[in-house]
Design a protein. Structure first.
Length: 248
């Protein structure tokens, strides 16, 4: 693979201010892409991330965007394409996660998860599609191991990610041949800002993982980079990045 396989390309990463989205945005910038990131509440982190992107010698842009809202998504896509002149890559990363017993789930909790995790990628991809088709571009959705395996205390989250996995496959057929669409499905990922109750599970998952450790945000970012810079002929795929945890 060339040293800068994405030189001359432009990317939009939703939820790119923090955590996995931040790592993805930086990996794309390291590969030579100009990168716009969206945020909803993390303005200072987004501005810092955009500055880190620009420090790598490419263009970086932070945009306030609520992926649940059609008009907000339209503004973000329009601003990105005006600023960068094109759009080659969309990474649908913005998502929310919640633990709740299925029998106690409220309708509001159910709807909130789906609004962000499933409707958001649909809206963003739909608005970006004309630009991606013009650029022979790519869409990469960030799914989850929870969309492949049932998690009883995260039923609404797992269902939303399973829906995103199917949406990936539907997009791949609908948007071909101009646009390839794939999905990265992380397992347990080590994050510095996990809640204490979440962090207690880290050792448990690492012990169950055949590769002997939990994943990192950089592991996920490198999988995204594979789909971003690899063969465009690959489409409709769900790539687990879980160290083999899903096999146990």
């Amino acid at each position: 693979m060339p040293t800068l396989p994405l030189r001359g390309k432009t990317a939009l990463v939703t939820g790119g201010a923090r955590r996995i989205g931040h790592a993805i945005a930086l990996a794309l910038a390291h590969a030579g892409a100009d990168v716009a990131i969206t945020y909803r509440t993390s303005r200072s982190e987004a501005e810092q991330a955009a500055a880190e992107i620009r420090a790598l010698g490419v263009r970086g842009l932070s945009l306030e965007c609520d992926v649940r809202a059609e008009a907000s998504v339209q503004r973000a896509i329009a601003t990105t394409t005006v600023e960068f002149g094109r759009l080659d890559l969309l990474v649908n990363n913005a998502a929310i996660f919640e633990t709740a017993p299925l029998e106690n789930l409220s309708l509001a909790q159910w709807d909130a998860i789906f609004e962000t995790n499933t409707r958001g990628p649909f809206l963003t991809a739909r608005e970006a599609l004309p630009h991606l088709r013009a650029a022979q571009g790519r869409i990469i959705n960030i799914g989850s191991m929870g969309g492949l395996h049932p998690w009883p205390t995260h039923a609404h989250y797992s269902s939303s990610k399973a829906a995103l996995h199917m949406l990936t496959k539907s997009m791949a057929k609908a948007f071909a041949p101009e646009v390839s669409v794939n999905c990265v499905a992380p397992g347990w990922i080590e994050l510095d800002d996990r809640r204490e109750d979440e962090s207690k599970n880290a050792a448990h998952f690492a012990a169950r993982t055949p590769m002997g450790r939990n994943g990192t945000a950089e592991d996920v970012a490198q999988a995204v980079l594979f789909f971003a810079a690899g063969p465009a002929f690959i489409t409709g795929q769900i790539l687990s990045v879980d160290g083999g945890l899903g096999l146990t």
